[in-house]
Design a protein around this ligand. Structure first.
Ligand code: ATP
Length: 361
């Protein structure tokens, strides 16, 4: 049995449907992320898990029990917010101890539990400090420790790192991964940051307009997006319009509009004549003055349209047909060489045909 099961949940605000028939389940011990652009309904879904909002229809089950009549404070669920929500007049220890004090635990048990949590979030030396004497990252670690102190079944995290600068955010991401592994509590994490979702999660549900577009492990979400929305939303992606010309077992031939034919992996149910898009990540593309025409690769000739030097990589925009632009990303791994090609250079590009995904929607 899954720890958390969301069954056909719908939430409306007046005429507007914020969450539209979402069903998914989360396993015990998972780091599960709801990812999507602003307004896609991820926070509303999280708030229903916490009990702050009620679904209009559908059910939320935790450990097999329907939560619909269980108020937020009675659910074995805690939430960590972007804004930390710490008590300013209490020390770090007092903040973390607060839920246990409210639950009537005895002093000794509280002390040992707080010590354990301070160690988990690496703040043992900071117990006597007040929130205003700590950095944003440290404050967020206190908020997480407080939310974990009575060992909830589920920890909900609503964009907890978005107030931190990029460097600190990366550091906190590593800490969150390690903390979740250590405490083994199931995390449901909300973010609009795709990099963060890919780095942290065991599985990701990508949401748009109140619905789940794709639910999978990060590697598959990234390398095999299910539709154009996911391909566009997660990282950079070339999306080339085309039509299936022939299906030959595990491979099919796709005619790319304005360019020519390429092979790609067959998609179940897709037949000859089907219109769609070939999705291809820039870093999957090889680029050189000349490339061998290999049997397991797709291949186009083109001309460099633009180059963007990014330090670790250079992005080349290559025109492979009348107005058809493909972005290729090459690592700058030769010391002293920033760019291998220049605008207007004639080049060839190639990619393993199974690196592309044919999308029908
Ligand atoms: P963000 O990242 O900006 O918080 P989100 O994906 O978390 O976005 P939600 O906060 O779940 O989105 O909101 C989804 C939609 O529902 C939005 O269009 C929002 O305006 C609307 N909405 C949320 N709460 C309410 C409310 N209490 N009353 C009316 N509309 C609401």
């Amino acid at each position: 049995m899954a720890l958390l099961e969301i069954r056909n949940v719908v939430k409306r605000f007046g005429d507007f449907t914020a969450v539209n028939d979402v069903s998914l389940s989360v396993e015990a011990g998972e780091f599960f992320t709801l990812l999507g652009p602003s307004g896609c309904g991820k926070t509303t879904l999280l708030r229903m898990l916490a009990g702050f909002e009620q679904p209009d229809s559908g059910a939320i089950l935790l450990d097999g029990l329907d939560m619909s009549r269980v108020p937020p404070e009675k659910r074995p669920v805690h939430t960590v917010f972007q804004s930390y929500a710490l008590f300013p007049h209490m020390t770090v220890r007092e903040n973390i101890a607060f839920p246990l004090k409210m639950a009537g635990w005895d002093r000794k048990k509280i002390d040992s539990q707080v010590d354990e949590l301070l160690e988990d979030v690496r703040l043992t030396q900071f117990g006597q400090r007040y929130p205003h004497e700590m950095s944003g990252g440290q404050r967020q670690r206190v908020a997480i420790a407080r939310a974990l102190v009575d060992r909830p079944r589920l920890l909900l995290l609503d964009e907890p790192l978005s107030a931190l600068d990029a460097k600190l955010r990366e550091q906190m991401q590593i800490e969150l991964i390690n903390l979740q592994k250590e405490v083994g509590i199931t995390f449901v994490y909300v973010t609009h940051d795709q990099g963060e979702a890919l780095a942290l999660s065991h599985r990701i549900a990508v949401m748009s307009h109140g619905q789940v577009e794709q639910l999978d492990i990060p590697e598959r979400i990234y390398s095999h997006p299910k539709n154009r929305f996911v391909a566009d939303f997660i990282g950079q992606c070339n999306v080339l319009e085309g039509t299936v010309k022939a299906v030959e077992g595990a491979t099919m031939v796709v005619s790319i509009k304005g360019c020519g034919d390429v092979k790609c992996s067959t998609v179940p149910g897709v037949v000859s004549g089907q219109a769609g898009w070939l999705a291809l990540r820039p870093e999957k593309i090889k680029l050189d003055k000349e490339l061998p025409d290999l049997p397991d690769e797709a291949y186009f000739k083109g001309r460099v349209h633009d180059c963007l030097y990014m330090g670790d990589v250079t992005i080349y925009i290559v025109e492979v047909g009348e107005g058809v632009l493909v972005e290729a990303m090459l690592p700058n791994n030769i010391p002293g060489v920033a760019k291998f090609f220049d605008d207007h250079d004639l080049v060839e590009i190639a990619w393993r045909f199974d690196a592309g995904s044919f999308l029908t929607e």
